[in-house]
Design a protein around this ligand. Structure first.
Ligand code: FES
Length: 106
């Protein structure tokens, strides 16, 4: 089972902001929405674009390359041209620090 990785201080992101963090060699886009943190892999399932620089629309991110939309909370695809979800990672707060865990190998 993988370990939780400290990524940022709980106060480091403003509402609606995101940051890309490296967790065990994987680029993960960490978002703060409505006071909660969500983490998805920073790679579009359509054609591999980084997704973190896309426009945020509520709890959806729009891929900057071809416009596919994904739910930040679940990674689910919401509109084409992508048809597969983006990997979503568990997030928790521990001692005022945001932690992410890559659970793909559990
Ligand atoms: S690479 Fe994201 S929609 Fe094409």
């Amino acid at each position: 089972m993988s370990d939780w990785v400290d990524v940022i201080a709980e106060t480091a992101l403003a509402e609606g902001e995101n940051i890309v963090v490296d967790v065990d060699g994987t680029d993960i886009a960490l978002f703060k929405i409505q006071g909660s943190f969500y983490a998805i892999e920073d790679i579009c399932s359509h054609d591999g674009a980084e997704i973190a620089s896309g426009l945020l629309d509520g709890d959806e991110i729009i891929c900057p390359r071809h416009g596919a939309r994904f739910c930040i909370k679940t990674g689910a695809v919401k509109s084409p041209p992508a048809y597969e979800a983006i990997k979503c990672f568990p997030v928790r707060i521990d001692n005022n620090t945001v932690q992410v865990r890559d659970d793909r190998w559990d």
